[in-house]
Design a binder for this molecule. Structure first.
Ligand code: ADP
Length: 299
């Protein structure tokens, strides 16, 4: 199975161009769509999920035309939107059972088996009788994926699923995603670089509606391998380093900043060569560093 997106563009009525000529070829396995807030990820996810129209371009799932054959696509689709509401007074088990009926699983015994398996898979068995209104963020996301997996989807879209989860729940959720299977397409949209580096065999980075990098994390990392340098500096020197180097990021150790910069060769012997990571790649795109900084300023 293959998802082909070609020259997809979308401008909202308020004039915001959320997607500009997006072209992506997505094979089976986990695909990470990475980008800062406002990059256009949700717009793209909703369009693939047949919930929104594009202005131009095409999307094909094998031979299916996603933009016109919506009903057919929906039969193959599992979608976990960024924000989804739950009925607070219904239990996880009853809700899954109800959605299973809607998905056409009418045989009661078969339905019970499927719901049991999904509750087990998402580690919600012990909480099956609890009302969804009392679920924590992590439990709710796991319930969401159980719901999205009903009916054996071949294309699974999860939009920013780890935002707001604590590290334990985030790991649990990512492990769950990685177990979903090798023969389906899973598209994970996120602004968290580690979500992608931990899991995805293919990825793309989008910024301001445009694809700025795509490929396998390994391939992409090779392009900056041996070019990332680290140095501990004084706080007062930060602005000068930002101005004079191809600055990637900084973090504090015991109150003192350690910076990472990109350069073809060692800038001077006060810099140490370090292994490049996906975050370096992400910040090596100046427009992304700027977008992330704006997002921080805007809170
Ligand atoms: P992301 O998911 O990467 O945060 P979105 O797809 O939500 O990005 O948004 C991309 C851009 O489109 C943003 O500038 C956002 O404000 C704008 N946008 C999203 N939805 C709408 C809408 N319904 N109407 C107008 N503008 C929108």
């Amino acid at each position: 199975m293959r998802l082909k997106i070609e020259n997809l563009s979308k401008t909202y009525p308020n004039g915001v161009q959320a997607l500009k000529n997006v072209t992506l070829d997505i094979p089976t396995g986990m695909f990470g769509l990475l980008g800062p807030n406002g990059a256009g990820k949700s717009t793209l996810m909703r369009t693939i999920a047949t919930l929104q129209e594009a202005d131009e371009g095409s999307i094909h799932l094998d031979n299916l035309d996603v933009l016109t054959e919506k009903e057919e696509v929906r039969k193959l689709l599992g979608y976990l939107p960024q924000d989804f509401g739950v009925y607070p007074k219904v239990s996880a088990e009853d809700m899954l059972d109800h959605v299973a009926v809607l998905k056409g699983i009418t045989n009661g015994r078969e339905r019970k088996e499927i719901v049991d398996t999904l509750l087990k898979q998402t580690n919600l068995q012990a909480d099956r009788k609890k009302n969804l209104g009392g679920f924590s963020g992590g439990m709710k996301q796991r319930f969401g994926i159980a719901q999205a997996l009903l009916g054996n989807p071949r294309l699974i879209i999860v939009d920013e699923p780890t935002a707001g989860l604590d590290p334990t729940e985030r790991n649990r959720f990512l492990n769950l995603l990685s177990e979903i299977g090798e023969n389906v397409i899973v598209i994970l949209s996120t602004h968290i670089v580690a979500d992608v580096s931990d899991l995805c065999s293919n990825m793309a980075i989008i910024s301001k509606g445009e694809v700025v990098l795509k490929g396998s994390p390994t391939e992409l990392l090779a392009t900056i391998s041996g070019k990332v340098w680290e140095k501990t500096i004084d706080k007062t020197e930060m602005d000068a380093y930002k101005a004079n180097y191809n600055f990637l990021s900084s973090r504090l150790f015991a109150g003192q900043p350690t910076i990472r910069v990109l350069a073809d060769s060692q800038p001077d012997d006060s810099f140490q060569g370090v292994e490049a990571n996906l975050e370096d790649l992400y910040f090596s795109r100046g427009e992304i560093a700027a977008a992330e900084e704006n997002a921080l300023v805007e809170g």
